[in-house]
Design a protein around this ligand. Structure first.
Ligand code: NAD
Ligand code: DAU
Length: 335
């Protein structure tokens, strides 16, 4: 593959994927199309080789822009999405527009351009919650919040283009991802940056024993790359971190790594419909040669250290649009 269109490549995982491609494939050129929503940030790709990276500000739901961006590309990998569950509970319009309509437009455009691979990045949340054991790629989809329902809808539309039009579609479903450059609305960067500032860590009361499976961002990028290059069109591949942790354990780890104590924990009302546990098996992707490389302890140490050393990156975000969102979302923190 010589030229890959990455959509949503100015976000958290998309930017890691762009860096991964440029680092591991010296001949590859990346066309990075991103709408630059509140979560998109060109600083996330500021350090990449500009000669091998073309940035386009655009919307995956825009037909003309997408057709133009696809010209000369071998593949498209879609990261573009509205991604925060709590925002989808507050209002899901943009989630349906991008995660379903946007994906539909992308598939339509891809059908006209003869790409050799069309990879849709999806999430383990489409399976819903599981009390014991782990979901496999053949498990039914039972998403339980507007974000995951929209992601499932997009997936189904995308895969229908494989069955109906022979579009070479591959889908990946990743678990909770952590690492540098994550927008600080998500629990790990939110709690880390709050702890650095001695601000309360708003833990959802009743959800402290809920479990997420943590996947280091570069391992997510390498998993998607493995599915893209070694995967079979029409197939779905889970990408799992293999690090299941309760939220309370994650919170304590962040407090320990930032040298703060548990008095910073503040209980706030639980997320409606809060999924209890996510767990997926990545055996199918591992059979293609993928393995996560980052051990949990090291990943957490390096990630917390990154936020400690890159305050200018997140302080700029936290002083902008984020402020109004935070005050509304966590109104009960004021007492
Ligand atoms: P993010 O919110 O950090 O980034 C999303 C990016 O998409 C932003 O740069 C944003 O500007 C862009 N975008 C949004 N709407 C767009 C549109 N209409 N057109 C073009 N660009 C648009 O998200 P992330 O955490 O990096 O997630 C990337 C993908 O991975 C998403 O599809 C998400 O569903 C999936 N995923 C995320 C996780 C996780 O834990 N973060 C886990 C599994 C799967
Ligand atoms: O599983 C993959 C998914 O992981 C991705 O598809 C989503 O895009 C991504 O946002 C993430 O979803 P979660 O809802 O699991 O992530 P979040 O960081 O929002 O929350 C993780 C856990 O922490 C969850 O159980 C809720 C809890 N939490 C979260 C926040 C933001 C709190 O207790 N307090 C908080 O303030």
């Amino acid at each position: 593959m010589k030229r890959i269109l990455v959509t949503g490549g100015a976000g958290f995982i998309g930017s890691a994927f762009v860096r991964w491609q440029l680092k591991h494939y010296p001949d590859v050129h990346i066309v990075n199309l991103d709408k630059l929503t509140y979560a998109g940030n060109q600083e996330n790709v500021a350090d990449v080789d500009a000669a091998r990276h073309t940035f386009i500000q655009g919307d995956i739901a825009d037909r003309e822009v997408m057709l133009q961006a696809m010209e000369g590309c071998d593949a498209v990998v879609n990261f573009a999405a509205e991604t925060h569950v709590d925002r989808s509970i507050a209002g899901a319009t943009e989630f349906l527009r991008t995660n379903v309509d946007g994906v539909y437009n992308l598939a339509e455009c891809a059908k006209e351009t003869g790409l050799s691979r069309v990879l849709f990045v999806s999430t383990d949340e489409v399976y819903g919650s599981i009390a014991e054991g782990s979901f496999t790629e053949t498990s039914p989809l039972t998403p339980r919040n507007p974000y995951s329902a929209a992601k499932a809808g997009g997936e189904l539309v995308g895969m229908s283009y494989f069955h109906t039009f022979d579009l070479p579609v591959i889908i990946t479903r990743g678990s909770n991802t952590y690492g540098p450059y994550q927008y600080p609305e998500k629990v790990l960067p939110l709690f880390t940056t709050n702890a650095i500032d001695d601000e309360p860590l708003p833990l959802y009361k009743g959800g402290e024993h809920n479990v997420r499976d943590w996947l280091y961002v570069d391992d997510h990028a390498s998993g998607i790359d493995c599915a893209l290059r070694n995967g079979v069109p029409g197939e779905v591949y889970n990408v799992a971190g293999g690090n299941e942790r309760e939220n309370i354990e994650l919170t304590r780890k962040i407090l320990a790594l930032t040298g703060k104590d548990e008095s910073l924990i503040k209980w706030v009302p639980d997320r409606p419909g809060h999924d209890r546990r996510y767990s997926i098996s990545a055996d199918k992707l591992k059979a293609l040669g993928w393995q996560p490389a980052m051990p949990w302890e090291q990943g957490m140490e390096e990630t917390v250290q990154w936020y400690q050393e890159n305050e200018t990156w997140w302080r700029k975000i936290k002083s902008g649009e984020f402020r109004a969102y935070y005050e509304k979302q966590y109104a009960t923190l004021k007492g």
